[in-house]
Design a protein around this ligand. Structure first.
Ligand SMILES: O=c1ccn([C@@H]2O[C@H](COP(=O)(O)OP(=O)(O)O[C@H]3O[C@H](CO)[C@@H](O)[C@H](O)[C@H]3O)[C@@H](O)[C@H]2O)c(=O)[nH]1
Ligand SMILES: [Mn+2]
Length: 723
């Protein structure tokens, strides 16, 4: 080992416990399957078939989950050792792309904050370029960036001089950090700029008298009356050029470039993947840095050293030449104390990436991923193993990025027909064909032999915002699950394709993600079948004194206890775990099954896939309710209806079952069902509250409550025919 290593890795200590537990639990699953098969042969009924189906799906998804637990690893980086390995002047260039798509759902003020936070990275500024990919083609966003370019001249030197940690101005000025003398003046500048941008967004147009620079004024001319977000020419505008633009101390500024790719209704634009591919090409024309960081517009930098952490991997003398991605976790700044919606996604941001890192590399999760640019252009075999330092850096010679011929190329490669008859989206760049372009792309890259590492420093490197309205969160999840189904049903299925081209355990890691929509099957079955049987006093599980009962108890309690253990290891708390398991059930009755319906409709050609951008607009009222731990319903949504129906059926079953047992006995036979219905009731508590007890704007809409009661009573009546 090097005396002064840049990074270290060590296996997580809990892996032996995990492995032993997997063996014990597997044995229990086999015993259960045996019992199911026995029942199927000797006591066949529709309940036996449904329960077998539910348990088989649960077992399969559980089995794939074990892949993450086999060999989780923890990494550390030592940026203080970088100077011993490489001179600052030899650092590779870094191109950052900040994606945005809609100025009304993604307020431009927030987008510029993210951009400013990375422009202020602790990194040689002349090697740093920030691209904003405006997929909404909005002059409002361009205007915000023009303002940000001016503000950067004051903000960047301030951050550098005082070694500020929070380099998003909104965060810094909104916090109780210590303010150095210049801060007050800069704060006024920031507030003035913010008000100006918000006013422009409110009015919806940029008035020319707000712009002083001739060149920038000309850029806005592109927004002719026929310019719409879905139909417009490419716009590439260099707002800051490192060679020319200096901050107020005379220090060079990073490059700042606005890109809005051409859109035309007749050409499919492939959502975020398409936008990123345009920026890969535009940036290759202008700066061509060997490292390419992808950020969502809300994911501001929370640690200015993050790029240096990345170098600790890429510049390690012993680095795997196929290393293509250094991924940081996606953390959120606005999640309430108890994480009502389980939106921290702890298993996804820690357990899964650490587990995959120990196999052959973690996934790309859409934001916070530092790519080796070459990996996006071809396979290791076609490109040949290379060191990031040797990667050719594009040279414009003496030419400015603003020269007409260079910009002409940049506009051409951002054209919507540029990709026709090329390998873009198929074999190059971000891959098309799934709404989870991030996971799909990393799957394809890893099948080509590229690897990745997971970097999880104590202070989160990026912080984004998470939906506060349940409807937004369920829609977002539904979109992801449709994306997974697209992967499962494509030729790049993680099992059939993955087993051929990657380590089978690694393929199982992807399979777990992709199979998650199928959780709908067991969750829906367990949300209704035992309850409807209970309503009809029909026993479907072994009674308490049966020799099989302890197996059922172990499988249930063991699964929950293990999930709690993993959650705590990942850094969670008991309450957050409880909420995330509740959310899992809610998703199982809404987003998971609806994603299947969406996918079927799309496959039959009855609907088209949409990437509905998640709103990042702050609503103070909603925020208050969310912070108080309330679920936000408020709007009518079919996703709420199914959850409500399940809640009503569980309550009804629990009450009727309890009354039956009190009157007629049979507690032993019906115990398991009473327990499941009772468990459903406890988990549904926020729904009953929202239906009956709340009067705020986030309560369950009356129409949804009535519909749920109506459907539940029909289900109740029909159920008597089945048992
Ligand atoms: O047509 C589109 C749609 C979206 N975006 C951008 O994509 C990002 C993610 O969109 P968002 O609505 O925030 O989706 P989320 O579901 O929150 O995103 C998660 O899931 C996506 C799909 O898996 C990943 O790409 C993201 O990085 C990941 O944070 C945002 O910056 C958008 O501006 C585009 O550029 N073009
Ligand atoms: Mn997002």
């Amino acid at each position: 080992m090097l005396e002064a290593p840049l990074n270290t890795r060590k296996p997580s200590p809990e892996r032996w416990f995990n492995r032993a537990y997997t063996i014990v639990y597997t044995a229990a699953i086999f015993a259960l399957v045996y019992r199911h098969c026995y029942n199927l042969v000797y006591h066949p009924s529709f309940t036996t078939i449904f329960l077998l189906l539910a348990d088989v799906v649960l077992a399969l998804v559980w089995a794939t989950w074990q892949a993450y637990l086999l060999n989780p690893i923890q990494r550390k980086v030592f940026p203080e050792n970088l100077p011993k390995v490489v001179k600052e002047s030899d650092y590779p260039g870094l191109d950052v792309v900040v994606c945005t798509a809609d100025p009304f759902r993604e307020p431009p003020v927030r987008v510029i904050n993210t951009a400013l936070s990375v422009m202020a990275y602790e990194y040689p500024t002349e090697k740093l370029s920030v691209y904003v990919s405006d997929d909404g083609g909005s002059q409002l966003t361009l205007f915000a960036f023009m303002e940000a370019a001016k503000f950067a001249k004051h903000w960047l030197p301030y951050c550098r001089k005082y070694d500020i940690m929070d380099r998003s101005p909104e965060v810094y000025f909104g916090s109780d950090s210590f303010f150095f003398p210049e801060a007050y003046q800069i704060k006024v500048m920031y507030e003035t700029m913010k008000a100006k941008i918000e006013k422009v967004v409110d009015t919806g147009t940029v008035s020319p008298n707000l712009i002083t620079d001739e060149r920038w004024l000309k850029a806005l001319d592109k927004w002719t009356p026929t310019f719409t977000p879905q139909n417009h020419p490419a716009v590439v505008e260099v707002l800051l050029e490192s060679n020319e633009d200096k901050d107020i101390t005379g220090h060079p500024l990073p490059n700042l470039i606005y890109v809005s790719r051409e859109k035309n209704k007749s050409v499919h634009h492939n959502f975020k993947g398409g936008a990123l591919n345009s920026v890969i090409r535009v940036s290759a024309t202008l700066t061509d840095a060997p490292i390419f960081l992808v950020l969502d517009c809300d994911m501001y930098s929370n640690n200015p050293k993050t790029a240096l952490y990345t170098l600790c991997h890429y510049l390690d003398p012993k680095v795997d030449p196929n290393l293509a991605l250094v991924q940081f976790p996606q953390c959120f700044h606005d999640i309430n104390k108890v994480d009502t919606y389980g939106a921290e996604h702890l298993p996804e941001i820690r357990t899964i990436p650490m587990g995959m890192d120990g196999i052959c590399g973690t996934m790309f999760i859409g934001s916070g991923g530092f790519f080796k640019r070459q990996a996006l252009l071809g396979s290791p075999a076609s490109i040949g193993p290379s060191n990031i330092k040797e990667a050719k850096t594009h040279c414009l010679g003496n030419k400015s990025m603003k020269s007409d011929d260079i910009l002409a190329v940049a506009h051409r490669v951002a054209g919507c027909q540029y990709e026709e008859n090329t390998k873009w989206g198929l074999e190059m760049g971000f891959r098309y064909g799934s709404l989870v372009e991030d996971i799909y792309t990393s799957f394809r890259l890893q099948c080509q032999g590229w690897t990745s590492v997971f970097c999880d420093p104590e202070r989160p490197s990026f912080l984004g915002n998470s939906p506060m309205a349940l409807s937004d969160l369920l829609l977002q999840s539904k979109r992801w699950f449709v994306g997974f189904l697209e992967m499962v049903t494509s030729k790049h299925n993680p099992i059939t394709y993955g087993f051929k081209y990657m380590n089978p355990i690694h393929a199982l890691c992807y399979a777990h993600y992709n199979f998650r929509p199928f959780w709908a099957i067991p969750i829906v079955i367990y949300a209704f079948l035992p309850q409807l049987a209970l309503i009809n006093s029909y026993s479907i599980f072994p009674k308490v004194s049966d020799t099989w009962f302890p197996l059922y108890a172990f499988l249930f309690l063991g699964a929950y206890a293990k999930s709690l253990f993993e959650f705590l290891v990942a850094g969670g708390t008991f309450v957050k775990w409880r909420n995330s398991t509740r959310m899992w059930l809610a998703l199982g009755c809404s987003s998971y099954p609806f994603s299947m319906v969406d996918w079927v409709l799309k496959s039959l050609g009855l609907s088209t896939m949409e990437f509905n951008v998640t709103s990042k607009v702050l609503d103070d009222d909603l925020k208050k309710r969310y912070e108080a731990g309330l679920f936000e319903f408020g709007v009518e949504s079919p996703l709420f209806l199914t959850i409500s129906i399940a809640a009503v059926v569980n309550l009804l079953a629990f009450l009727m079952g309890a009354i039956h047992v009190l009157k007629n006995g049979g507690f032993e036979e019906l115990f398991a069902q009473l327990f499941i219905a009772g468990f459903g009731v406890i988990n549904s508590w926020p729904i009953y509250e929202a239906m009956l007890l709340r009067s705020d704007k986030g309560k369950m809409p009356m129409m949804t409550t009535l519909k749920a009661l109506g459907v539940a009573s029909v289900v109740y009546s029909v159920s008597s025919l089945a048992f």
